[in-house]
Design a protein around this ligand. Structure first.
Ligand code: NCD
Length: 319
């Protein structure tokens, strides 16, 4: 997939489909823009007129709680009109093709699609086929990418540990099926993280995972040593078409994050998880609800980071 489609002729963000192809300066601009929305919200400014008169369509072909609602809140705080298409009751259920759905919505003079789809490449496909004035934001496509999630994770890390060049990060769990992990790895490498480790059973690692810019570990006891940031992942059982695990209890014993295992990382290590979390499967409740956990802060940061991405993408349209 060509990342160049993401920028307009002036080099402005047009679509946000993948972290690939972004520079450190691009990512820092997104983080700084999100930071300014957080500061303004702290001064009781909740609504900004930046996208007044614009219409954003949330097109979610897969279930979502956090991503969809924070996109919706982000759009409404920027004063855009938001259209949530409920795919379960839409015409796609009557056999309408993706392109016909897009054309139908385009006829309503919309300005942006926020797309989640089970197929890798779906958001890219829409960006290639939609009218030139429309921006497309990828809210998760198959196992490929989830760039806005990676950016809110980077934002949350930066709030606590601002210098990426000092950080050793461990991403733990179902790397194989995770679009989040792919985008996180790209973002961490672009932002200059000192070391990115993935810790997982061999069956849940993609082939040649090192080529993504990580080191691979199969043992939490070793892999957590000296770690500043722990990023847990959900077991994506809905994407597993054969047996990837012995048993769930065995998985939790080896790769679940418990209070004891957390002690193997640095004492001030922070814990992230994109959600939804499976308590007792990949993370113990005491850790998920504990002092080092930033899971709910990630959700909250999703609003400011998505406001940043929506407003930057609309700038390419000359707002
Ligand atoms: C992630 C997703 O949908 O890819 N969740 C999210 O966006 N908050 C991760 C997951 O579903 O496990």
């Amino acid at each position: 997939m060509s990342p160049t489609i993401q920028f307009d002729a002036e080099g402005q963000l047009k679509h946000f489909l993948t972290i690939e192809g972004f520079t450190q300066a691009h990512l820092t601009k997104i983080l700084n823009t999100a930071e300014s929305f957080v500061s303004m919200s702290q001064q009781q400014v909740q609504k900004f007129p930046l996208l007044r008169g614009k219409t954003i369509v949330n097109l979610f072909f897969e279930n979502s709680t956090r991503t969809r609602s924070t996109f919706e809140l982000a759009a409404s705080r920027l004063s855009a009109d938001v259209l949530n298409i409920d795919i379960a009751t839409s015409s796609t259920k009557k056999g309408e093709s993706l392109l016909d759905t897009i054309r139908t919505l385009e006829a309503m003079h919309i300005d942006m699609f926020v797309v989640r789809h089970a197929l890798s490449g779906a958001a890219h496909f829409i960006a290639q086929h939609t009218s030139p004035h429309i921006s497309v934001i990828n809210a998760g496509d198959g196992q490929h990418a989830h760039p806005t999630q990676a950016m809110l994770d980077m934002f949350t890390i930066r709030q606590h540990k601002p210098d990426f060049s000092q950080l050793k990060i461990a991403i733990i769990g179902d790397i194989l099926h995770s679009r989040v992990a792919r985008s996180q790895i790209q973002a961490l490498n672009i932002l200059g993280a000192k070391e990115v480790r993935v810790i997982a059973p061999q069956t849940l690692l993609p082939a040649q995972v090192e080529t993504l810019g990580v080191t691979a570990w199969h043992d939490m006891e070793l892999g957590l040593n000296d770690i500043d940031v722990i990023m847990m992942l959900r077991l994506q059982t809905e994407r597993m078409n054969s047996a990837f695990l012995a048993t769930e209890s065995e998985y939790f014993k080896c790769f679940g994050l418990t209070t004891e295992k957390l002690k193997l990382a640095k004492p001030d290590a922070i814990v992230l998880h994109p959600g939804p979390i499976n308590r007792g499967l990949e993370i113990a409740s005491e850790v998920a609800d504990g002092k080092q956990s930033l899971i709910l802060q990630q959700v909250n940061n999703g609003i400011a980071v998505r406001m940043a991405i929506l407003s930057l993408a609309m700038q390419a349209q000359g707002i």
